[in-house]
Design a binder for this molecule. Structure first.
Ligand code: G3P
Length: 215
């Protein structure tokens, strides 16, 4: 499973990228707003750090506006993927952009039917939001299972990015279900490294090393 970082924070992106395990980055207007910097500048900087797909989201609500924004955004870097919300206008934009060889990531997916329609329009990626489904008492991972089943049955080329990940468990279950990608916030990625037995083990090895006679 590929791991994307779900953030627009440059320091976090640099840090995670230095670990050598980051395959791409996803942003959204809320993540960009948190940084308090110019959108284009932030995206440019991310592209200069991570050599992989970088999702940048459009804010227009009509297909024409989305297409116009997308054509400008792809000029920033060859790795830009246009993030488009799951609406009928969004899907119309995806169809046009796909014909122009522009990569798209259809976001705010909350049902298997939405994923199916996005795939039919030629989306490169779909982003189902698991955490937000859990928040309202539904089962986010159940949605991933449904989408993976449908996509594998019909050999769909669209890749599934599990988004709105809130815990290491979401990441593990995504991998177990064969999701192509998990886009993970820095706080969750850091937790994935940890295990109390690892910490205890290191402590014990170092304590025992002290007992080894040294020349
Ligand atoms: O990038 C989209 C998604 O991952 C947002 O997650 O935590 O705001 O539901 P969250």
């Amino acid at each position: 499973m590929k791991i994307f970082l779900d953030t627009a924070n440059i320091e976090d992106i640099k840090k995670a990228n230095s670990w050598g395990i980051i395959d791409g980055v996803t942003t959204n207007p809320s993540l960009i707003a948190k940084e308090g910097k110019d959108f284009k500048e932030v995206v440019e900087e991310i592209c200069s750090i991570v050599d992989g797909p970088i999702s940048a989201e459009v804010i227009s609500e009509d297909a024409e506006g989305m297409i116009k924004e997308a054509r400008e955004l792809v000029k920033i870097h060859k790795n830009i993927v246009i993030k488009i919300p799951m609406t009928s206008e969004g899907i119309k934009a995806v169809k046009t952009l796909t014909a122009e060889d522009i990569k798209t990531n259809v976001t705010l997916i909350f049902s298997a039917n939405q994923a199916l329609l996005a795939a039919k329009a030629g989306a490169s990626y779909v982003s189902p939001f698991v955490g937000r489904l859990d928040d309202q008492g539904e089962d986010g991972m159940q949605l991933i299972e449904e989408i993976m089943q449908i996509f594998s049955m019909y050999d769909v080329a669209t890749e599934v990015i599990v988004a709105s990940i809130r815990s290491p468990l979401h990441a593990k279950l995504s991998a177990m279900l064969g999701a192509d990608i998990s886009t993970i916030p820095m706080s969750v990625l850091q937790k994935m490294f940890n295990h109390t037995q690892t910490d205890l083990g290191i402590k014990k090895f170092l304590a025992d090393w002290e007992k080894v006679p040294k020349k």
